[in-house]
Design a protein around this ligand. Structure first.
Ligand code: COA
Length: 210
């Protein structure tokens, strides 16, 4: 399938999604990799993870970059050499990247029933009240994605999902909302946006600079 979708987000960011249906060899032959990326690829335990990693490089090429333009800091956060902001996520069938001028975070999560069981560990379960079971799964997955996306923007040790990141009440029909990061005596406001693609939740967040 390859490039699944390209979406303009939040004014200055573009998101690219790859549906990973190719064989490993085809993906591998289609990308340029630097040596440490080759090492990382070789060290991955599953072919699914390897294909997700290669699909991210395919997306970089769609966006006019290559693996050579990408580097990681000591926490594992990706950066582009030209100073543009990037965030990356991959989950089974899809890989996504988002690139823009503003710090942005993205997360893609498969919808699984188990998320509702673990919800009390990371979110305010009042936000799942009065929902039927399939919507509880969707909303809890989105909330997980909001917290992962904000974490990816801040990239700071010590951030706890239940203790520091709080989503304001929202409805699944809204497709967007507001969350706060209360950490190190500072409160920051973020806006988030989400959609469902097949059985995945795709969430994106960026800081509200007001
Ligand atoms: C690092 C982390 C954000 C990755 O998220 P994930 O859902 O496991 O995986 P995703 O596919 O969505 O994202 C992986 C990508 O995130 C990016 N990433 C990794 N560490 C990052 C960091 N510190 N900051 C920003 N981005 C990061 C990388 O690009 C990585 O992909 P790549 O290495 O192949 O390029 C996640 O594992 C994590 O540590 N979360 C916070 C910890 C936490 O608080 N968990 C639960 C508390 S209840």
């Amino acid at each position: 399938m390859g490039l699944f979708k390209r979406i303009n987000y939040f004014q200055d960011s573009t998101l690219w999604i790859w549906k990973v249906e190719e064989e490993y060899d085809l993906l591998f032959q289609s990308v340029t990799l630097k040596n440490n990326s080759l090492e990382r690829l070789k060290g991955m335990k599953s072919e699914s993870h390897q294909k997700g990693f290669l699909a991210v490089r395919m997306l970089l090429q769609e966006a006019g970059y290559t693996d050579l333009d990408l580097y990681y800091d000591e926490h594992g956060k990706p950066h582009l050499k030209d100073g543009k902001q990037i965030s990356i996520s991959h989950s089974h069938a899809f890989s996504v990247i988002i690139i823009g001028d503003t710090k942005i975070g993205i997360d893609l999560e498969i919808l699984k029933e188990k998320i509702v069981t673990i919800a009390p560990r990371f979110m305010d379960i009042n936000h799942l009240k009065n929902l039927e079971s399939k919507d509880q799964i969707k909303k809890a997955t989105v909330i997980w994605g909001i917290k992962e996306s904000i974490f990816k923007i801040k990239n700071e040790k010590g951030i706890s999902f239940p203790d520091h990141i709080f989503e304001k009440e929202f409805n699944l029909e809204d497709s967007s909302g507001i969350a706060q990061l209360v950490f190190n005596n500072t409160t920051e406001e973020y806006c988030f946006s989400f959609e469902f693609i097949e059985n995945y939740a795709l969430v994106c967040a960026l800081q509200n600079k007001k």
